[in-house]
Design a protein around this ligand. Structure first.
Ligand SMILES: [Zn+2]
Ligand SMILES: [Zn+2]
Ligand SMILES: [Zn+2]
Length: 206
């Protein structure tokens, strides 16, 4: 979907988008089903997380932009929480799990990737990898959040993953009246930026 169509459809729904661009996969250079949308910060614009689920007849999920996807991962050995700059471990290929750097990889484009962390059929930097610490951290945060939420308002029993992410993003956007008496003190990350995701394409990864 061209960014102009997103801008004009959101405009029809009342949202004034300053900028919208298609996000590019850093590795392959291919456009992803993911768009970065910037808008002036306002209460109405914040409602986009709750209210917008369709853009131009396409089902979308709107999420707040997070600084980074997942924990830092070493390009050299695919381990987490350290930089490749200082890594002295044996290199592991992100694509084929071989003992070489990714740039030396001879895997053909059609060959299936192999993850050196879990042995699965995905590149080692795939966020859905069971060995990636991020989803676990997220799940724990989500659990805590739900426990807190359960004290005040019981949640509906079954919510799908994407809806949950949208909801938590929405809640992060709104300072709770109990915890913050004055004007919000901690500025949220990149308040003007939100992401529009097209979940049916993204879910191919799941
Ligand atoms: Zn490393
Ligand atoms: Zn390789
Ligand atoms: Zn894996």
């Amino acid at each position: 979907m061209p960014p102009m169509e997103i801008i004009s459809d959101l405009d029809k729904q009342g949202f004034r988008v300053d900028d919208c661009h298609n996000m590019i996969n850093r590795k392959t250079g291919a456009p992803m089903p993911l768009f970065m949308v910037s808008m002036i910060r306002s209460d109405f614009h914040k409602s986009i997380f709750r209210t917008v689920s369709i853009i131009n007849y396409v089902k979308v999920t709107v999420e707040i932009l997070r600084k980074k996807y997942g924990p830092p991962q070493c390009f050299r050995c695919q381990g987490f929480f350290h930089s490749s700059k200082f890594c002295t471990r044996t290199p592991r290929c992100v694509k084929c799990a071989g003992n070489h750097l990714a740039k030396e990889c001879e895997k053909l484009l059609g060959d299936k990737p192999k993850c050196c962390l879990c042995g699965g059929e995905h590149p080692a930097n795939f966020l859905g990898c069971p060995k990636n610490p991020k989803p676990r951290l997220d799940a724990e945060k989500e659990k805590k959040r739900q426990q807190r939420a359960a004290l005040t308002n019981p949640e509906p029993p079954k919510v799908n993953f994407w809806e949950q992410r949208t909801q938590s993003a929405t809640q992060r956007q709104q300072p709770t009246s109990t915890s913050q008496p004055g004007p919000s003190t901690a500025p949220p990350l990149n308040p003007n930026l939100s992401q529009v995701k097209i979940p049916h394409l993204i879910s191919l990864n799941n």
